[in-house]
Design a protein around this ligand. Sequence first.
Ligand SMILES: [Fe+2]
Length: 259
Amino acid sequence: MLSKLFGRKKEEKVLNYGPRNPDGYGDWSFVGTDMHSHLVPGIDDGAQTVEDSISLIQQLQGMGFKSLITTPHIKSDHYPNTHATIQSGLQELRAALHQRGINMPIKAAAEYYIDDYFMQLLDAEPLLTITENKVLVEISFLFEPVRFYDTLFKIQTAGYKPIIAHPERYAFYHNNINAYKELKDRGCHLQLNTISLSGYYGRAVKEVAERILSMGLYDYCGTDMHHVKHADSMQKLLQSGVMPVLQQYPFLNSRLQLV
Ligand SMILES: [Fe+2]
């Protein structure tokens, strides 16, 4: 039944939520590796200090996550991060974890914002990947990038496979659910922000996330953890009737290796 629900048939089905469970539906350990977060201190709009980072990582560990691929923004106007800023921040964070005796494997990739600057980077240097050739990308929340499909093709021609971050948050696709199928057909992976299902970003985002989930179009899930409010939402979501659905869903996160 679940295989039918999750992807063999791509037509839409209503998600069958179970009841809310005040005792919680276990933890997030079924995900294994979280592959979208902002935990390198002070280089984007996520954790600002090492102490912020440590606190968020301890909360993720407490919720069952086994390893982390953290993804600082690379966005030319706001967060002009480079391999160097990300790697040095990661080393600082790893040292702080080690000092405190916290055993949480962590590596860094990036969340690339698709714009002209990104296209320059694509030509100029190797991209930071989640695993193998898979690169996490986001787009504007306001409009689809001009010639977006051409851009996706260029990314693929350069040897990468795009993972589209939080597709449910792009409001311009909300009335065009086929756009998500189209992205998949064009060789993209889709990554759910799990807290979209809690209503954190509003009802419309929640409903679209449920639709994409019921269509079996997601490949990965991520916390997109920036700060403690996101951690609280992840914690609360454990009581939601959507958890048994997520726990059965064939997310690819558990295949991610931190090498
Ligand atoms: Fe993000």
